[in-house]
Write a protein that binds this ligand. Sequence first.
Ligand code: DLZ
Length: 169
Amino acid sequence: MASSLKNLSDYDINAVPSAKGLQFGLVVAEWNNEITEALANGAIDTLLEHEVSKEDIFIKRVPGAFELSLGAQFFAEYTTVDAIICIGCVIEGGTPHFEYICQGVTQGITKVGLDYNIPVIFGVLTTNNLEQAQERAGGIHGNKGVEAAVTAIKMADLQEEMMDASEDE
Ligand code: DLZ
């Protein structure tokens, strides 16, 4: 069971609730855009497969992964989306830049979700090289954008369920 969860790209479509009527914001980093666009397409296709209407998917681009948190915060602050998917790809170089960006975006995305009480999903690849990124953006390790979308749907559904339950109390 645990191993079946390692690659959500091969997930059981029936185990994911319908996302009909929900709205999703995608923040996509432009750095390594060959990878991030493949991830974004994976996420969009997955949302559509789960009955999200095209009009309910909002896409905004930011320069790099470091800007994803603020992009997510703009969605949380200025829109009515039910969940936000952050898509990026940070590839390790020869300087400590990699660590700073990864740390910044991880903490930033977590903070927006907690501050705004909204699912903010970490669809960011952090890889040693371009090949590893390609393997996870539609290659042998699946498409992590698909996994991010599945996670977003599940979290939005969970939030709805818990909000409904609290209103019934
Ligand atoms: C500067 C930089 C570097 C070196 N590498 C990446 C990367 O691999 N992936 C990515 O998304 N962004 C990178 N950036 C840009 C930063 O995320 C950010 O856009 C700039 O530092 C400006 O704040």
